[in-house]
Design a protein around this ligand. Structure first.
Ligand code: LER
Ligand code: MN
Length: 271
């Protein structure tokens, strides 16, 4: 299992030079801590100089396993489940920009918060049907570009649909594309899944998982709450999962400290 951590690059408020500088500093730090990758949470990937990013990842021998897209909904308000067609088109168009970026660096693209929340003019049923039709369009583009999309179940306090692993698997099976896999986030798993069944369920769906997010029950660094990371990660380890697990937490007291303590804790568990 490969280990990475999530960071933004503040690309919307910076010039190309300072974006690369920030990225190089992050890679330098993470490499010194023995990380395999850095997951990027982006708003406008088209503002980033992809050639320079490639030079940095090559020089540090570090990978960018996935791109987070949730800020498209949080900052721009565009979502795949919106009842307004113009807004849906904008979200699909934004996903295509992430896919373009991902195809250049062999990364994957996350479909999480960009699904949005339904408004007064919608309903759970309409929202789901909007998400499915938007997702089919995104998948067609991702397939043409050779990029994998990662569908992430997200807890009910942040989003209105596909909160559980079971619902998400059903959707993935309905879409039926090899380019659509599951992203399991330990924090959403902790909040949404039945503790009696989840461990057996995870064993049976391991082969559909393309990426993992790690945060403890308090959404802080693994080891600081009471989520059973040993049980969770050993299921994937035993199943031969060889993709990435990314630390995605509240970065307190600091990014550096979270990166350091999480890595040490995970190595103890995984070895
Ligand atoms: C995104 O990966 C995620 O987990 C959401 O809950 C956004 O915070
Ligand atoms: Mn997540």
């Amino acid at each position: 299992m490969l280990i990475s951590i999530v960071s933004g690059l503040d690309e919307s408020n910076s010039n190309k030079e300072s974006i690369i500088k920030k990225f190089s500093i992050l890679c330098h730090l993470l490499k010194s801590l023995d990380y395999d990758g850095i997951e990027l949470s982006l708003l406008e990937p088209e503002k980033i100089d992809i050639m320079q990013i490639r030079e940095v990842i090559d020089s540090y021998q570090i990978r960018i396993p996935a791109l987070g897209t949730g800020s498209t909904y949080i900052r721009f308000g565009y979502s795949l489940g919106d009842n307004n067609e113009v807004n849906r088109e904008k979200a699909i168009d934004r996903i295509n920009k992430y896919v373009d970026f991902a195809s250049e660096i062999k990364s994957k693209v996350i479909i999480g918060l960009i699904r949005g929340r339904y408004k007064y003019d919608s309903s759970p049923k309409k929202e789901k049907s909007n998400i499915i039709s938007s997702l089919k369009r995104c998948i067609a583009f991702a397939e043409d570009s050779g990029v994998e999309l990662l569908f992430e179940p997200i807890n009910r306090f942040e989003i209105d649909s596909y909160n559980t692993i079971r619902e998400s698997i059903e959707l993935i099976e309905e879409i039926g594309s090899e380019n659509l896999t599951l992203l399991i986030d330990s924090f959403h798993t902790y909040l949404e899944e039945d503790p009696f069944f989840i461990w057996d369920d995870l064993k049976s769906i391991c082969n559909k998982v393309g990426h993992i997010h790690l945060a403890d029950s308090n959404r802080r660094a693994p080891g600081s709450g009471h989520f059973d990371f040993k049980g969770f990660l050993n299921i994937f380890k035993k199943a031969g999962y060889n993709q990435f697990a990314s630390i995605e937490t509240i970065m307190k007291p600091s990014f550096e400290e979270v990166a350091k303590s999480s890595f040490e804790y995970l190595k103890l568990i995984l070895n």
